[in-house]
Write a new protein. Structure first.
Length: 119
C-alpha cells in the first residue's frame, strides 16, 4: 500500500475532518459526551447512514471513542479522545470566525443560490 503524501498541516487536518459533517460532530462532542440520538438532533439534517459512516471514520482515526453500554434498548455514547480534543481546540477559532461573519456568509450563500437558480 502506497504512503499518503501530505503537503502541509492543513492537508493533514483535512484528511481527518474532510467533509460537511465531521467538523459539526467534533463541535458538539467538544461540549461533552453525547448519545447517538442527541448527536443526530444536534448535527441537524445529516442522514442516519451518513452520520454512522462519519462516526465510524472518526473512531477509526482515533478522534472519538464509542462506548456501548450493552443495554436493551441500545445505549451508545460518543466522546472525544485526547487526540480528538486537540483537533476540536484547533477548530474553535474557525467557529469564532463563523459566528462573527454569519450574516455575511448567509448573504453570500443566498446570492450563490440565486445565481444557481437563474442558470
Amino acid at each position: 500500500m502506497a504512503a499518503i503524501a501530505l503537503t502541509c498541516g492543513l492537508d493533514a487536518a483535512l484528511a481527518v475532518i474532510g467533509g460537511k459533517w465531521k467538523p459539526l460532530i467534533l463541535f458538539h462532542l467538544a461540549h461533552g459526551a453525547r448519545r447517538y440520538g442527541d448527536l443526530r438532533r444536534a448535527v441537524g439534517s445529516v442522514s442516519d447512514k451518513m452520520l454512522v459512516q462519519q462516526l465510524k471514520e472518526l473512531q477509526a482515526d482515533g478522534i472519538i471513542d464509542r462506548l456501548d453500554f450493552k443495554e436493551i434498548p441500545p445505549k451508545v455514547e460518543y466522546s472525544l479522545t485526547a487526540f480528538g480534543g486537540t483537533l476540536a481546540k484547533a477548530l474553535a477559532p474557525l467557529c469564532v470566525w463563523g459566528t462573527e461573519h454569519m450574516s455575511q456568509v448567509e448573504r453570500l450563500m443566498s446570492h450563490r443560490q440565486t445565481e444557481a437558480d437563474a442558470a
